[in-house]
Design a protein. Structure first.
Length: 91
């Protein structure tokens, strides 16, 4: 899957988010899903149709899951997931 960095542009700073995969979940629900690398951490984001999203973080040393209650688009979820990760790292 090809993705240019220009496709991820928005008003926010997403230059340090690498997209490994984008598509639909194969877990049965078929929700939009992306695999990202942010701050050397593997992040899977999963957008539910009800306006919530999940982020699954895997740094290699630890795993973490976070629910975001008010995201309706993948770009919003990407930003929320990045902000939460920065909080985890104390940035
Ligand atoms: Zn789902």
């Amino acid at each position: 899957m090809q993705l240019s960095s220009k496709e991820i542009s928005s008003g926010n700073d997403l230059s340090d988010i690498e997209v490994l995969r984008r598509g639909l979940s194969d877990e049965g629900c078929g929700c939009p899903e992306e695999e990202l690398v942010i701050l050397n951490t593997h992040v899977t984001i999963h957008l539910e149709p009800d306006g919530s999203g999940h982020a699954f973080y895997d740094s290699g040393d630890w795993q973490e899951e976070e629910l975001f209650a008010d995201v309706t688009t993948i770009p919003e979820l990407r930003i929320a997931a990045k902000k939460h990760l920065e909080k985890l790292y104390g940035i």
